[in-house]
Design a protein around this ligand. Structure first.
Ligand SMILES: [Zn+2]
Length: 174
């Protein structure tokens, strides 16, 4: 259960038990999060991230790019990335800020997308995963830790060979 490293053993034992039955963990997650969001394109992801930024971090520098990335490996701490590139343009120093989110987040509940975007936005102010960083995350999303844990439950479910729970594949769109 590599996605849940660091959580209390009693909690992990409970998760292990839920994983025994196909309906256990999956049913719990589906019950808690009935539907996925409908943000499919980089353009709509940019608007989504920018909306959160202007609500909570108005003074931070603007985002240059926000995109889904299918090459981001879904491993601990690589669900999203943030980069700041400084370039000299004429006599000015230009800062480009980019956020990338693993493509996996195209087919998850909106709460989890918000969690990862909030995480990457928080890095615009706090570099390390320290107390101040998580304080900023929970300021932007009070249920941040719950959403992260539930996402990790889902990754554990997928890792155990479970089905994708919010896949749009096979749906007939008009
Ligand atoms: Zn981080």
């Amino acid at each position: 259960m590599k996605y849940l490293a660091g959580y209390p053993p009693a909690l992990l034992a409970q998760v292990k038990q839920q994983l025994q039955s196909e309906s256990g963990l999956a049913g719990m997650l589906r019950g808690r999060y009935p539907s996925a969001h409908d943000i499919r394109t980089d353009r709509s992801l940019y608007d989504y991230a920018n909306g959160l930024k202007s609500e909570f971090m108005r003074n931070a520098e603007p985002l240059s790019k926000v995109a889904f990335d299918s090459k981001l490996h879904v491993i601990r701490n690589a669900l999203g990335t943030h980069t700041t590139v400084q370039r000299v343009q004429g006599s000015k120093l230009k800062t480009k800020r980019e956020i990338r989110v693993a493509s996996l987040f195209k087919e998850v509940p909106e709460e989890w997308l918000r969690m990862i975007v909030v995480h990457e936005l928080a890095h615009m102010k706090q570099r390390d995963h320290d107390k101040a960083f998580y304080a900023l995350c929970t300021h932007m999303e009070p249920a941040y830790h719950q959403f992260e844990f539930d996402l990790r439950l889902y990754l554990t479910h997928l890792d155990a060979g479970g089905k994708r729970l919010w896949s749009t594949e096979g749906l007939c769109a008009p």
